[in-house]
Design a protein around this ligand. Sequence first.
Ligand SMILES: [Zn+2]
Length: 297
Amino acid sequence: MYGIMVYPVLSSSSEHFFLIQAYQGFQAYCTLPQGVIAITSMKTTVIKNIANTSQGLKILPKAYRHLMAQSVASLTPKIQNAGFDALIAKLNHELAAKNLIHLNIETYFGDEWFCPDQTTAIAIPFWLADDRLRAIERTLVGFVEGETDEEFIRLLRHEAGHCVEHAYRLSRRKDWREVFGNPNIKYDPEFVATIPGAPDFVVNLSGGYAQTHPEEDFAETFAVVINPQSNYRKIYQSKSVALKKLVFVEKILAECAQKKPRALSTRKISNARRMKRSLESYYQTRLRRQTQSTLLN
Ligand SMILES: [Zn+2]
């Protein structure tokens, strides 16, 4: 998946660039063309000069600095050796509980959380592979998406939603579009304004991710429907639009269970085990991209 963050830039110049990363819990308001956006969160991370120079390396614990010169591929184990088996089995169990037993979903280490277009593959970011990589991610980015088992399974469910949508071509259905909207709308994953707590949307991941695109809206709704602990009929009983989405997804999943899915590729786009670039190069590109996105918006 793509991260949703709004980055209020406090001040910038070529020499000193301060960026406040706002995510879960930080309280801020930014005025954007789309309107006034409230971000509710608690943590902030200040990253100084990190996007344009290698200064960021200096804030890494010494024990990890030497890893930055190594290739991403050399640091990435096989997914089977990373200790995620129980969580992946949990996802498969939840899919089986909905009788979605013919899906061929494959997981692998990529460079972020996502499901490649028209595949039933799920990329799990390589920086979750071990403690050292998680520590580097936390230092340079400020947080580690999917670090806890609870967050990990929520992300897996979300990406599985994309796999199901691809395998059954759900977004081509007229009734799907009536509920979630036109899936062909333009999508800027780097910068999306959302309104926390918007009642018409289902929340699986924190923030307002469902608001970013009809396909994300579906994936978030799917994730809540397959979560055996979601108790969604009670939680969303007073939110009629969100509840309608949940009931609709439950209904189409029952239909899917009767059909064979399309046999799709499980092509591993951005396969971390094939990335020859160094870890330093990976972070420089990623953080530069985030910064440019901030400045552009
Ligand atoms: Zn998604």
